[in-house]
Each structure stands twice: as structure tokens, then as C-alpha cells.
Design a protein around this ligand. Structure first.
Ligand code: PXG
Length: 290
């Protein structure tokens, strides 16, 4: 494995970041989690667009253009010999002093790791996840836009801890109004009477790359997704629920807060979409080796 940090590739043991980096001291930075399948980086340009949008929103100047960043991701995969794996691309505010003022950080830190992961064991794709509702709310857009993929994940981590304590594999986060926003690291979809629903980004959902890909697949099967407000009640009485994310791909939900979802898991719509999604992962993407 070779890790990119600010223009140089390092061995895993030598890849180190300063303790004065504001990404560490303040969570001041942004990131992307990206997958590679079959020698191609899946939706790479969409991830890079979101990274640069996150940077713009937090007034973080990335000292490279998108094409240069694309090459860093591909070269990190090449050097780490990753054809199927998980890529973490991070841009922090960089090294500053112990005060939080970002004006004291002259240059962003950029690093990129390409490794292998599997988020959920295969049995969850067959049997579905047990999911609970966390007590910790998804952060309000008035505090920090949930569209920014920032290094501040404590909000989600608090909910994740609640899920761990409840023996759940993922945790639903509500917004301040009590509507469903998303899960700690996944977007959520509901199937009811043949129609597919998902919370709007304004409810606090990250504009997930997988979410968008699934929405396109839903259109292709003649079931365009309705972006709407959803409550826990809508989840309890759903025919099918599935979660989407770069790590999780598309994973069915079996149980929400003790309520068994629908009559079978995975349901027919979930299975159809999972098959189409897996096909897409094998064909879409930017080639690593050319
Ligand atoms: N919502 C949140 C809050 C996320 O962090 C998603 C939705 C799904 O978005 P994409 O673009 O991936 O379809 C994410 C991304 C993890 C982990 O270890 C999960 C994510 C990112 C980093 C790590 O569970 N999910």
C-alpha cells in the first residue's frame, strides 16, 4: 500500500500527518469515500465534484484542479494495486497553530488512501439489517449543512453508538422536526405499494452518490423515486426498506425499532435494484490502468 500525502507517496507505516493539522485539531476538513470495482473508480467525477463543492462551502482552497485530483486518486490505486477497493480522499485546512483560526493555515493538506474493505458481511444482503432510531438528531442546516461531507462526524458517531448499544447494524437519524433524514453513513429508501420514496436533502440527507445512482436505476425500472418527508411511521408500515452508500452499496432492512418490515426481506424491488446496481458497478467508472 502506498499513501499519497501532499505530492509524495509513503509506505503505510510512514504515512503521517502533523499534530498541528487542523483536520485533527478541529475536524476542519472534508473527505470522500469512493469505491473501485473491476479496475475502475466508480462515479469518480461525481465524488470529485462533491469534494470541490464541500471545499467551496467551507472556504477551503484546494491547491489542485479536479483533473490533478483525479490523477492522484488513480495513481494511488495503481501504486496500491487496488482494482476492487475503497478509496479515502481527504483535504484538511492544513497545519496551523493551536488556535482555530483557519487564516493561520496557509496550505491545505491532501491525502489519499486506497485499501480493501467490506462494510457488511454477505448475510446482511440476504437477511437484511436490524436498524434503530437514534436519539441524536441529524445536524441542522442552520448549524452546518449536512450536504458538506466534513470531517465532523461526531453527530453521526453519537447515533452510531446508540445503534451499537441497541444491537443494531445501522441507525436512523431524524432531523429537528422529527422527520427521517438518513442513517449514520447511508441514505434510506422506502417502498410502499409499488412506489419508492426517499427523504429530500433538505431533511438532512447527504446527496449520496449511491442515492443518485439508485434513483436513476429506479427510473429505468419505471418507478421514479418520490423525494418527500418521511416519518418513523412511514418506515414501520413500509413494504420494503433499503439503505444506500458507497460502503454498504444497497442493503436491505429487516427490522426498524422492533417492527418487522414487509412480508419478506429482501423484497422484490430491493432485489431487482440490487442486481441492477451490481451490474452498474462492473461497467461504470474511470479506468485505473490505461
Ligand atoms: N449519508 C452519510 C452521512 C454518509 O456519510 C452516505 C449518506 C452515503 O453517500 P454515498 O455518496 O457514499 O452514496 C454517507 C457516506 C462508514 C462510512 O465507514 C460511510 C460513509 C462515508 C465514510 C465512511 O460507514 N458514507
Amino acid at each position: 500500500m502506498e499513501i499519497y500525502i501532499d505530492g509524495t507517496f509513503y509506505k503505510k507505516e510512514e504515512a503521517k500527518i502533523s499534530v498541528f493539522d487542523h483536520g485533527l485539531l478541529y475536524g476542519d476538513g472534508i473527505f470522500e469515500g469512493i469505491r473501485a470495482y473491476n479496475g475502475k473508480v466508480f462515479f469518480l467525477m461525481e465524488h470529485l465534484d462533491r469534494l470541490y463543492d464541500s471545499a467551496k462551502a467551507i472556504m477551503l482552497q484546494i491547491p489542485l484542479n479536479i483533473e490533478e485530483m483525479k490523477e492522484i486518486v488513480l495513481e494511488t490505486c495503481r501504486r496500491s494495486k487496488i482494482e476492487n477497493g475503497y478509496i479515502r480522499l481527504v483535504v484538511t485546512r492544513g497545519i496551523g497553530d493551536l488556535g482555530m483560526n483557519p487564516d493561520k493555515c496557509p496550505k491545505a493538506t491532501i491525502f489519499c488512501i486506497a485499501a480493501t474493505i467490506q462494510l457488511y458481511p454477505e448475510k446482511y444482503y440476504r437477511e437484511g439489517l436490524k436498524v434503530n432510531t437514534g436519539a441524536t438528531q441529524r445536524i441542522s442546516p442552520a448549524a452546518l449543512s449536512p450536504s458538506i461531507k466534513s470531517l465532523n462526524y461526531l453527530n453521526n458517531i453519537m447515533a452510531k453508538i446508540e445503534g451499537n448499544l441497541a444491537g443494531a447494524q445501522e441507525t436512523i437519524m431524524l432531523n429537528a422536526e422529527g422527520y427521517v433524514a438518513e442513517c449514520t453513513g447511508d441514505n434510506i429508501f422506502v417502498v410502499k405499494k409499488g412506489q419508492i420514496f426517499t427523504p429530500t436533502v433538505y431533511a438532512g440527507a447527504l446527496a449520496g452518490i449511491t442515492r443518485k445512482a439508485i434513483m436513476t436505476l429506479c427510473e429505468e425500472i419505471g418507478k421514479p423515486v418520490v423525494e418527500t418527508q418521511l416519518t418513523r411511521y412511514d418506515l414501520f408500515v413500509a413494504d420494503e426498506i433499503f439503505l444506500t452508500g458507497t460502503g454498504a452499496e444497497l442493503v436491505p432492512v429487516r427490522e426498524v425499532d422492533g417492527r418487522i418490515i414487509g412480508s419478506q426481506t429482501p423484497g422484490p424491488v430491493t432485489l431487482q435494484l440490487l442486481e441492477k446496481f451490481r451490474q452498474l458497478t462492473q461497467t461504470n467508472g474511470v479506468p485505473i490502468f490505461v
